[in-house]
Design a protein around this ligand. Structure first.
Ligand code: PEP
Ligand code: MN
Length: 351
C-alpha cells in the first residue's frame, strides 16, 4: 500500500461523544476539548444491538457537526455503514469517516462504502471486525485502498469474546501488531473506550497503546457521561480526558544515548543466543518424535494418545508454576509444539 501521511502528530486524538444527542451537547463538548483534540467524533447513525435502544439522531446531526467545525475549528468524523451515509457525509463536508466494527465484518457493505468513496480524498478509519480475524480487517482496508482511498488508518477497538473478561472487548494486542507488520505505513489508533466498556480502565489502556507505539487514541467524551444515551459506562468527561492526556507517558522509539544503545544490543545478543538454543532443542525434539513415530508404526499404535498429551501439559504447567512463568504462555507454546509433533508423525506413518 502506498498511503498518504495525514496523521503527523503523536498521539493523534479523536474525542467526542459516542452519539450526537443535540446540537448544544456537541457544541458544549467540542468547546471544552478543542485545545486537546485533533478531530471531534460523534455517531449520527448508531449500530445498536437492540432496536429498542437509541439508534442515533440521523442525518440532521450532520448540520450540527458542520456548526462544530465552524465554531471551534475542529475537524469532524462520524461513522458510515452504507453508501447513502457516505453520500450524505460528503455533502455535509464531514472531514473524516470511520467504518464501525459491525460493518467491517461484512465485505458487501465495505465494498459498497468503497465504491461510494471512489474519486474522493477523504481520510477513512477502519475499526477492527467484532471477532478476532486479522484477514477480514486487512481485507476491508484493501477494498478501500483499491477504490482510491489513500488516507487510511485502522482503529483497534478490541474483540468480542465469550470468555469472562474485565474488558467489554478483549484487546488482543497481538492482532493490531500483526496488522502493522503487514502494512508498516498504516497508522493505528487505539479506541480504549470500546475495549474497556468502563471509564476507569481508559487510562491504563491508553498507556499500553502508547507503549506499543500506536499513533493515537479515539476516546468517547461526554459532558455528562452517566446520562449519555449510549455507552454511558465507558464515556469520560472533558476534564477526565485532559487528565488522561496530561498523564500519558510518551516513550521514545530509540535511545539517543549511545551507551544505552550498546547495552540494549548486548541484551538482544543474549536473547539471540537463547533463541538459537531453543531452535536446536526443537530440532533434537523433532528427531525424538520421528523415532517415536517409527516405533508406533512398527508396533501398530495410534499417533495421538490423549493421556500422553494431558501428561505433557500437566508436567509443563507444574514447571511453569514453580518458575513463576505465565501458565497460558506455556500452554500456548506446547499446543503449537504438539501440533507439529502430530504433523511430523503423520508424515512418517504415511511413508
Ligand atoms: C462507536 O465508535 O461508537 C462504535 C459504535 O464503535 P464500534 O464500531 O467499535 O462498536
Ligand atoms: Mn460508542
Amino acid at each position: 500500500m502506498n498511503l498518504e501521511r495525514f496523521i503527523q502528530k503523536k498521539p493523534f486524538i479523536i474525542a467526542g461523544p459516542c452519539s450526537a444527542e443535540s446540537e448544544d451537547q456537541l457544541l458544549q463538548i467540542a468547546e471544552e476539548i478543542k485545545d486537546i483534540t485533533n478531530v471531534f467524533r460523534a455517531g449520527i447513525w448508531k449500530p445498536r444491538t437492540s432496536p429498542n435502544t437509541f439508534e442515533g439522531v440521523g442525518a440532521k446531526g450532520l448540520r450540527w457537526l458542520q456548526n462544530v467545525k465552524q465554531l471551534t475549528g475542529l475537524k469532524t468524523i462520524t461513522e458510515v455503514a452504507t453508501a447513502k451515509h457516505v453520500e450524505l457525509c460528503l455533502k455535509a463536508e464531514v472531514d473524516m469517516l470511520w467504518v464501525g466494527a459491525r460493518t467491517t465484518v461484512n465485505p458487501f457493505y465495505v465494498q459498497e462504502i468503497a465504491e461510494a468513496l471512489r474519486g474522493t480524498n477523504i481520510p477513512v478509519f477502519v475499526k477492527n471486525p467484532i471477532h478476532p480475524e486479522l484477514a477480514l480487517w486487512a481485507g476491508a482496508l484493501e477494498r478501500l485502498y483499491k477504490s482510491g482511498v489513500t488516507k487510511l488508518a485502522a482503529i483497534h477497538r478490541g474483540f468480542f469474546t465469550y470468555e469472562s473478561s474485565v474488558f467489554r472487548n478483549e484487546p488482543k494486542w497481538e492482532i493490531p501488531i500483526e496488522l502493522k507488520k503487514n502494512f508498516s505505513e498504516l497508522p493505528i489508533i487505539c479506541d480504549p473506550s470500546h475495549i474497556a466498556g468502563e471509564s476507569s480502565l481508559i487510562f491504563e489502556l491508553s498507556q499500553i497503546a502508547m507503549d506499543l507505539d500506536m499513533n493515537g487514541l479515539m476516546i468517547e467524551t461526554h459532558q455528562f457521561p452517566k446520562q449519555a444515551w449510549s455507552d454511558a459506562h465507558q464515556q469520560i468527561s472533558p476534564k477526565e480526558l485532559k487528565e488522561i492526556l496530561n498523564n500519558l507517558i510518551l516513550r521514545k522509539r530509540r535511545f539517543e544515548d549511545n551507551h544505552l544503545n550498546i547495552e540494549l544490543k548486548n541484551l538482544r545478543g543474549l536473547i539471540d543466543e537463547l533463541d538459537e538454543q531453543m531452535v536446536e532443542f526443537l530440532n533434537s525434539r523433532t528427531d525424538l518424535v520421528k523415532k517415536i513415530a517409527d516405533f508406533k508404526f512398527k508396533n501398530n499404535i495410534t499417533i495421538f494418545q490423549l493421556e500422553r498429551w494431558y501428561e505433557i501439559l500437566k508436567l509443563r504447567k507444574q514447571q511453569a508454576n514453580v518458575l513463576g512463568l505465565d501458565n497460558k504462555m506455556i500452554i500456548d507454546i506446547f499446543e503449537v509444539i504438539h501440533k507439529y509433533s502430530i504433523i511430523t508423525q503423520t508424515k512418517i506413518m504415511k511413508k
